[in-house]
Write a protein that binds this ligand. Structure first.
Ligand code: TXA
Ligand code: MG
Length: 325
């Protein structure tokens, strides 16, 4: 099988109609979202969800984020507390996922929630939102990549990785945010950060007036089981906080500070010449893939500030650099 690729700028209506037809048939479709490309399937259809896992080669059933068209749809499936409602009002549609109690008999299949009594919900922007409205049901969607690989931020990334396993890829251009959504859970009036992502923790604190607490240690791993070490792995090894370049390395840098040995680099990729973290996040996965494709023995990455979107960038880089199993 070779996936059909439909460009939404050329034919938006056809893209929606074709995607709805494949989804209604119980098959996944790769779609653009503002964060990364998603492998979307009907969240109420167990066979369709199983095909997501099969296509990604995911070793086990992790809970998937269920994407909704609007707040009214989200309220049909999950129970909102006042703080979660405030977060939804501030950041939806956008790169924020809320973990909420699932409504009984909501229709979302337990394969999408991995049998948990909670559900991860987000309202995406753009084509994905239009598609969910047209389809009329929530779409479960992890990133559209083989399990453990770098997430795709373009239709080309998806085609190179999964093109042989998919019927349809929708091309909506480069994903503007470039890292996955921030995942939070409100518990006992506190906002717990389960995964840093496209909404910076500082923005959440500003919008709610509440402190964001970091979930770390084993409980975080249990609650967000997709977040294991050695995720987002390119083929080459990754060396973080590099202050010099070694022969045979490709360099990913941020900003224009001088770097020792830069002339030894196989190739240099600058996440953002002006040091802008949003631009850096948008380029991150594409540059990891391109650095990998140079055939470098290793990818050296200069230090990235840990504030704002830097937290999500550093989280993904740490996973890319983690020991492989
Ligand atoms: O930006 C994104 O979030 C992208 C796009 C496609 O929307 N999706 C994405 O999905 O990153 P995925 O499957 O790669 O990540 C889902 C994460 C996992 O770490 C999973 O453990 C967590 O969400 N998750 C989902 N439902 C959960 C739940 N009920 N409780 C705790 N964690 C949950
Ligand atoms: Mg993923």
């Amino acid at each position: 099988m070779t996936a059909e690729i439909i460009d939404i700028t050329a034919d938006h209506e056809n893209a929606i109609a074709r995607a709805c037809a494949v989804l209604a048939d119980g098959f996944p479709v790769a779609i653009p979202t503002e964060t990364v490309y998603g492998l979307a399937a009907d969240a109420t259809n167990p066979a369709a969800i199983a095909r997501i896992y099969e296509t990604k080669g995911r070793p086990r059933f992790n809970p998937l984020i269920c994407h909704m068209a609007d707040v009214a749809m989200a309220e049909r499936y999950a129970v909102f507390d006042p703080i979660s409602r405030k977060l939804a009002a501030a950041f939806w549609p956008g790169p924020l996922t809320l973990i909420l109690p699932l409504k009984p008999q909501s229709g979302i299949h337990s394969l999408a929630t991995a049998g948990l009594d909670t559900v991860g919900i987000r309202l995406p922007k753009g084509f994905a939102a239009d598609l969910i409205s047209a389809f009329g049901k929530p779409l479960a969607a992890p990133s559209a990549n083989t399990s453990g690989k770098v997430s795709p931020t373009s239709a080309k990334h998806v085609a190179e990785d999964l093109g042989g396993k998919l019927q349809l890829i929708i091309d909506g251009g480069a994903a503007p945010v470039g890292v996955e959504s921030t995942i939070v859970r409100v518990e006992d009036g506190m906002i717990r950060l389960l995964r840093p992502g496209g909404v910076a923790a500082e923005e959440i604190e500003k919008a709610t007036g509440l402190a964001v607490t970091r979930a770390d240690g084993p409980s975080a791993i249990i609650e967000a089981p997709g977040m294991l070490a050695s995720h987002y792995a390119p083929g080459a090894a990754v060396r973080l906080n590099a202050e010099h370049v070694e022969s045979g390395e490709a360099l990913i840098r941020l900003g224009s500070a001088p770097i020792k040995g830069i002339e030894l680099a196989k190739e240099v990729f600058d996440l953002s010449p002006s040091g802008d973290l949003a631009q850096a996040a948008a380029n991150l996965f594409d540059y990891l893939k391109r650095a990998d494709a140079t055939g470098a023995i290793r990818i050296a990455v200069t230090p990235i500030p840990d504030h704002g979107l830097g937290e999500a960038i550093n989280d993904r880089l740490a996973r890319a650099a983690a020991p492989r199993d």
